[in-house]
Design a protein around this ligand. Structure first.
Ligand code: NAD
Length: 318
């Protein structure tokens, strides 16, 4: 029977599926690199955000598949996996509604200063009413960087529910009936709310840094639910502290989980969540079931639906 290592807790529905065809072992919070010798041989790994580097992949000769529970697979060394003939599968679409709704929650919260008012009531230090002056979303411009699954769903919600104008920068999308495709500069200059939905790659690292922040309206809000590192944190901090930007809603950070001492989360015009955009009952179940199906497909010699590195099939002559 195949052995599958699950590195972080996943929805029980996924575990049940895996158990029908494999033995499942859990890493119980320990770093994967530390426990591989104990748990080997391993045929498959199911991973959320733990790092699966070349060291781990190279030391598991039986490994055939790594299943990413989620969309952003920047925590997996895909090149190393391909070199070792290990398939990398993932779960695109399983969490896009949840992440888009989380971005919307951050937008509404920033525009209406919900968290600020709540904190100040609880701490007994309410300010004058004008401190909580909000803005309507209606009629404002949403700027998107990245018009994939999450970006498109957010665009639809903002257009249909809030009557927003939606602009998007995505050099890989050539046409859209729903949004105005623009240059990065136009999106930055026009956006009242800028929401980022790109994968973390060498091309998108620091895609928003001091130069880009300087193009934005001082009344604009920035929302990042993609990955820490696509927005330069030091530059964002300076822009927010000096009033060059109205506020930020952040679900992702360079260092996770974010520490209370992170200067960004100490700012009154920042709201932060600890990388939980996809943590809803619905998305957690969909991601767990999909990743289990994909991993089991590879182990059974079937072609998975969501394969990151199809070169492994070519290597096997399929
Ligand atoms: P997707 O692959 O459907 O869309 C990504 C889009 O980014 C694509 O349309 C692509 O063309 C575009 N893109 C790539 N490089 C770009 C660039 N240089 N400039 C502009 N656009 C570029 O993925 P998705 O499901 O929409 O997810 C987007 C990202 O959100 C993921 O890669 C992941 O990092 C992040 N994410 C975060 C959470 C969370 O919990 N906060 C959950 C899911 C996904």
């Amino acid at each position: 029977m195949a052995r599958i290592l699950v590195t972080e807790p996943i929805h029980e529905a996924g575990v049940e599926l895996l158990r029908r065809e494999a033995e499942v072992v859990f890493s119980e919070g320990r770093p994967v690199a530390e426990l591989i010798t104990e748990v080997a041989p391993i045929d498959g790994i199911v991973v959320r955000t733990a790092k699966i580097g070349a060291d781990v992949i190279g030391s598991l000769p039986e490994l055939k598949v790594i299943g990413k529970h989620g969309v952003g697979y920047d925590n997996i060394d895909v090149d190393a996996a391909t070199r070792h003939g290990v398939a990398v599968v993932f779960t695109p679409g399983a969490n896009s509604i949840s992440v888009a709704e989380h971005a919307l929650a951050l937008m509404l919260n920033l525009a209406n200063k919900v968290s600020l008012a709540h904190l100040e009531i609880r701490e007994g230090r309410l300010g004058p009413q004008k401190r909580y002056m909000g803005n309507e979303l209606n009629g404002k411009t949403l700027g998107l960087i990245g018009l994939g699954r999450i970006g498109r769903h957010l665009a639809r919600c903002c257009r249909l529910a809030f009557g927003m104008r939606v602009l998007a920068y995505d050099p890989y999308v050539k046409e859209s009936d729903e949004v105005e495709l623009c240059s990065l500069e136009e999106v930055l200059r026009e956006a009242d709310f800028l929401s980022i939905h790109v994968p973390l790659t060498p091309e998108t690292k620091d895609i928003v840094a001091a130069r880009e922040l300087a193009m934005m309206k001082p009344t604009a809000f920035i929302i990042n639910t993609s990955r820490g590192g696509v927005v330069n944190e030091e530059d964002l901090y300076q822009a927010l502290r000096t009033g060059k930007l109205a506020g930020a809603g952040l679900d992702v950070f360079v260092e996770e989980p974010p520490r209370a001492a992170n200067p960004l989360v100490q700012l009154d015009n920042v709201i932060a969540t600890p990388h939980v955009g996809a943590v809803t009952e619905e998305a957690m179940e969909r991601m767990a079931v999909t990743v289990a199906e994909e991993v089991l497909a590879v182990l059974a010699g079937r072609i998975p639906r969501n394969l990151v590195n199809p070169q492994v099939l070519e290597q096997k002559g399929e």
